[in-house]
Design a protein around this ligand. Structure first.
Ligand code: NAP
Length: 308
């Protein structure tokens, strides 16, 4: 089968499409025939060198968010059968014809979605879910700012917060206003037109899916006692104390129960996935380049050939 690996850190030129044996599932694993794999910013961050900081060992097989069909089940796996259409997260190796997965990190693919749109959801939606409803305990009627509201994580966060009954302000560039309002934001701020912290204040919750300078400036938008949760930065207790707020980082974890609830929202039409572009696996460099530009409107998807 084909898979994408790196055996050194660097730019897109270190990405290699290689032929490797199809893995066999351990007793507590399933083998998935990958129909669509998402390109996430973490993938090119790992490739650029974050893998070393995370203590990962080369070679690294990239890709952690997939949709596909169960091809083999390990001897101890009771919940999946060959032929089941699934979506979920994997530890590594999603950019491939086949990948091994833990049964509890998968859920049935929402029937309304094709594989490309299904692959756009699990990691991004779990990140938003765990940030908003886990760490920030967002409630109906509360005010929430979503920074990066047009991105893969942010767009799902806007919809999840809206479905919960929160009052959402979306932060993105002006060209994305109609999109973000269409996802359920009651208010919109164009970060290219003005410093957002000049016009946003008193938020119960801020969810930062941008990082950097946006994260630093977001502290001033949270009301005293409120929560800033970031998917990108590393807040310190000192920063939080200085502003009289909680500041925490989400590190998304596989969660079958949450994925099932996310699937129900998809089925109810309350959660929509967006796909910006689909690339064949062989064009992984172009796909990662587009992701790294940081302004794609929806998820970038890789489509393996599975030997076809
Ligand atoms: N901690 C975790 O568990 C976890 C999990 C998943 C993702 N993440 C991280 O979360 C971040 C977002 O991931 P993603 O998949 O959503 O990325 P993405 O889809 O590539 O995000 C692109 C979006 O970012 C927006 N953006 C760029 N600069 C902005 C700014 N200054 N203010 C507001 N919006 C801005 C762009 O909107 P415009 O075009 O309008 O600028 C674009 O819509 C990444 O850093 C990723 O590594 C963390």
């Amino acid at each position: 089968m084909q898979a994408v690996k790196i055996d050194q850190y660097g730019d897109e030129s270190v990405l290699q499409l290689v032929e490797v044996p199809t893995p066999a599932p351990a007793p507590d694993e399933v083998l998935i025939r990958v129909c669509a794999a998402s390109v996430n910013p973490i993938d090119w961050k790992i490739r650029d060198g974050a893998g070393a900081r995370f203590g990962m060992q080369l070679p690294i097989f990239l890709g952690s968010e997939i949709a596909g069909v169960v091809a083999r089940v390990g001897a101890n796996v009771a919940e999946w059968r060959v032929g089941d259409a699934v979506y979920g997260t994997v530890k590594a190796g999603g950019y491939a014809d086949y990948v091994l997965a833990k049964p509890a990190a998968l859920a049935p693919k929402p029937a309304a979605l094709d594989f490309a749109h299904a692959a756009a959801i699990p990691l991004a939606a779990l990140t938003a879910w765990q940030a908003l409803f886990g760490l920030a305990d967002l409630r109906a009627g509360q005010r929430v700012l979503i920074a990066g509201a047009a991105g893969s994580v942010g767009a799902l966060a806007v919809q999840l917060a809206k479905a919960k009954g929160a009052i959402v302000t979306g932060l993105a560039s002006g060209g994305n206003e109609a999109l973000v309002r269409g996802l359920g934001a009651a208010a919109f701020v164009d970060y290219t037109a003005q410093p957002f912290e000049d016009v946003v204040s008193g938020m119960d919750v801020v969810f930062d899916a941008v990082g950097g300078d946006t994260f630093e400036r977001a502290f001033g938008c949270v009301k005293k006692g409120g929560t800033l949760v970031t998917a990108v930065a590393f807040p310190t207790p000192e920063q939080a104390a200085q502003h009289g707020i909680r500041a925490v980082r989400v590190a998304s974890q596989p969660n079958r129960e949450q994925l099932d609830q996310i699937g129900q929202l998809v089925a109810a039409g309350q959660l929509r996935a967006r796909v910006a572009q689909v690339f064949p696996l062989a064009q992984v460099s172009a796909a990662q380049r587009l992701s790294k530009e940081g302004h794609s409107r929806g998820k970038i998807i890789l489509q393996p050939g599975n030997g076809r």
